[in-house]
Design a protein around this ligand. Structure first.
Ligand SMILES: [Zn+2]
Length: 78
């Protein structure tokens, strides 16, 4: 776990910038953020998941999908 833990929204913003995809495009791909506890040295505490990602709780999935919808609609601000 790195020293700079991100909020879930900061993580998605960085992911979007790094992948050069818009929030809408990420949402279209079915990607959404969920907590990650893999323990990798460069893990920032989040990962992007899809419907095929194993071991995602229903609550984490719902939270991530709702955030992606808000970001895709531009409702979450920056
Ligand atoms: Zn991780």
């Amino acid at each position: 776990m790195s020293e700079s833990n991100l909020t879930i929204q900061e993580f998605v913003e960085q992911y979007a910038a790094g992948s050069k995809l818009s929030f809408q495009e990420l949402d279209d791909l079915g990607l959404y953020p969920v907590p990650c506890d893999c323990g990798d040295w460069d893990c920032n505490g989040w990962q992007m998941a899809t419907n095929n990602t194993p071991d995602v709780s229903e609550l984490d999935k719902e939270t991530g999908i709702v955030l992606m919808l808000k970001l895709a609609r531009g409702a979450a601000g920056r």
